[in-house]
Ligand binder design. Structure first.
Ligand SMILES: Cc1cc2nc3c(=O)[nH]c(=O)nc-3n(C[C@H](O)[C@H](O)[C@H](O)COP(=O)(O)OP(=O)(O)OC[C@H]3O[C@@H](n4cnc5c(N)ncnc54)[C@H](O)[C@@H]3O)c2cc1C
Length: 291
């Protein structure tokens, strides 16, 4: 079956209008952004919303990428290609450019949004791992106002988030801190595929020591897309080969992968460790001004 069940269609004219519509139409109404996750689910009848609220008219309002008060602020409607084309994203957080280059194909990257990627909460969503490693936060708006949630607390399980039925994720904010280096490493079955496993590594260096670190894990069943044990192995240490190895082992141990058509669980666990090693080496080189 490749045809969605019948549904009503509304177009939002502002964020507040979208929230009003969500409240008015009830929990069977859903926002649609790029539609690259939600529409396939509707066609397969895994999702059968009674109403779809199209938020594409809000693209102009919610697609900007700018620096405000030492944070990179990204509107929820910024599309994958907007991130890829943004020089300030590449300058401050190359991990996002690394990840975007290997997300799907140009058709998907032209439409899929950062807000939709985070709200879809697919366990293999590359941006969820990268933004968790970056210790980013999101702004969520409801009729009662805005609240801020760390990306690490956004996902409550596969395809589930803390975003309420009548709420709208409006922005992603990433703090800009000195000494940052970051990188993303992904293994996929073929170009443009979802990850077999992927790792985002972020380090914040101070005087040759890792002052803070983020290790994001994608598609390997890690809780909240991160390995806090790998981060603990790095923080406060000089990142020599032994420390990198300890972080890689901790990352592999933090996974809970499943065997599926993308490979056996043990292979995915092995990849998590190896990709942590590689991503950390690149992140550290970038923190020192390399690459
Ligand atoms: C062939 C294919 C390959 C892909 N490969 C990859 C890949 O390798 N890696 C990867 O990470 N992704 C991949 N994707 C997913 C792609 O990145 C999607 O664009 C993304 O998952 C969803 O973004 P969207 O804007 O299309 O969201 P939509 O499909 O429009 O929405 C997804 C969900 O988020 C909700 N939502 C959307 N925006 C908001 C908002 N602002 N506030 C609250 N809720 C919101 C919707 O109600 C819906 O539940 C692939 C998709 C396809 C079709």
């Amino acid at each position: 079956m490749q045809t969605p069940a019948p549904f009503g269609y509304e177009r939002a004219t502002s964020v507040d209008h979208a929230i009003q519509l969500l409240e008015q139409l009830g929990p069977d109404a859903r926002l649609v952004a790029g539609g690259h996750s939600f529409i396939p689910m509707m066609k397969l009848r895994l999702a059968q919303p009674e109403h779809v609220i199209d938020i594409n008219p809000l693209y102009a309002e919610l697609s900007s990428i700018s620096i405000e008060s030492n944070q990179l602020v990204i509107g929820a409607m910024a599309r994958h290609n907007d991130l890829l084309d943004s020089a300030i994203v590449g300058e401050h957080f190359p991990v996002l450019h690394d990840a975007e280059r290997v997300i799907a194909d140009p058709v998907v990257r032209n439409r899929g949004t950062i807000g939709g990627s985070l709200c879809q909460a697919d366990p293999a969503e590359d941006l969820s791992a990268a933004l968790s490693a970056l210790k980013a936060e999101v702004v969520i708006r409801g009729s009662g106002g805005d609240r801020t949630v760390p990306v690490r607390e956004l996902h409550t399980g596969p395809y589930e988030t803390v975003v309420g039925d009548a709420e709208f994720l409006t922005h992603v904010r990433i703090p800009i801190r000195n000494g940052c280096g970051s990188a993303y490493e992904k293994v996929e079955r073929r170009a443009g595929d979802w990850a077999i496993a992927a790792v985002a590594a972020v380090v914040w260096m101070d005087g040759g020591v890792v002052a803070d670190a983020g290790i994001g894990l994608c598609a390997v069943g890690a809780e909240h897309f991160v390995s806090t044990d790998a981060e603990a192995a790095l923080i406060g240490n000089t990142p020599d080969a032994g420390v990198i190895e300890a972080a890689a082992l901790a990352a592999a141990a933090s996974c809970n992968p499943v065997t599926d058509q993308r490979g056996p669980a043990e292979y995915k666990r092995h990849l998590a460790g190896e990709l942590t090693r590689r991503a950390l080496q690149r992140a550290l080189a970038r923190a020192e001004g390399g690459e």
